[in-house]
Design a protein around this ligand. Sequence first.
Ligand SMILES: Cc1ncc(COP(=O)(O)O)c(C=O)c1O
Length: 417
Amino acid sequence: MEWLSSFYKHWINHLCVTNCFSIFGTHKKILNMEAFKGSIISKLPGVGTSIFAVMSKLAVDHQAINLSQGFPDFPVSPELIDLISQNMKKGHNQYAPMPGLPILRERIAEKIYKEYQVNYHPETEITVTAGATQAIFTAISAFVKDEDEVIIFEPAYDCYSPAIKLNRGIVKYARLRLPDYHIDWIEVARMISNRTRMIIINTPHNPTGSVLRKKDLDELHKITKDTDIIVLSDEVYEHLIFDKKKHYSVSAYSGLAERSIVVASFGKTFHATGWKMGYVAAPANLMKEFRKSHQFVVFAVNTPIQYALAEFIKNEDNYNKLGAFYQKKRDYFLNLLKGSKFKPVPAYGTYFQVLDYSKISDKKEMDFAEELIKEHGVASVPVSAFYHRNDNHQMLRFCFAKQEDTLEKAAELLCKI
Ligand SMILES: Cc1ncc(COP(=O)(O)O)c(C=O)c1O
């Protein structure tokens, strides 16, 4: 019987090796993926998993309240959702025109005119994008070439530098100055060379909540005039601005608008970050180049949502009340934290609040953020993650775009520390 047992073993082995099972009925082959055997030369060798994913996973693992990732936990307007489903039912489900639906571009142009009294031509100067991230990537790839220098301000939103590097540009890091995270324009002026192709600004600013003032735009204008520098202005939080501050858009600044690509995000404005919808506005000659890349990155973006947004943004109340709405949330969160040892850094915009924990711990930001999750049940993001050298200032970023009871629970835990 030994031959039978050996045959049997051989047969089982065969099954395991080929991952086949076909005893009865269908013959199915399961293929386990093997690693690529060639060499991989990473284009982004220093890049790992995004800090937002890391902190959110830790938050889930330790059942912590997640104030790390920047998204609201309250619903999207039912009217907007109805508009989308109506448009889907009407059959608006095929490709939109490459630059975006004409009706949406017209409404965006009207909205920009109402907000900043500037005319962008809907046909040639506005393009609808799959969120701001795609807009930023496309703008950088359209203009940044080998060895071109791009100035960004740290702490910086995480998508700028990888996009520059993927396009073989060189990132030049300027630092926002504490205590209020302002730009040191003397430093910026010194950094400009004949290879500077682009300066990326972000106002209101993620992660710090600082905002640019009129005099910042004056300085930007001064150092860029008579140069070929393009300004990429990330204004995704344009409507999330507090304390009667004004949002200074480069689009409203004659002399800067002509060299600027302005980026906006419907995801931020309408509590719908998962839809990835946004747009860019720029002078026609810059937009022409932008579209050359855009058409091969996404070609066109979500059609029914474009129809719905075209209708929804006709009503200014749908975005103009946002500042007051989020200011109330920020104030609510700050009030709850009054008895704590955390010191807030003034946040005039966005839905982020930076808290200084230097009275609590000497630990590095990443270590303290982990401790906060594991031992105290609240997830935040270390501001050091927004610096290429992970600078530490004992600051953590908390997202307050959350329902009141979430903020209450988080603040209660933070006050106990
Ligand atoms: C400053 C900044 N720019 C761009 C984006 C990306 O926006 P979107 O979700 O529309 O791609 C974000 C999202 O967090 C952001 O904070």
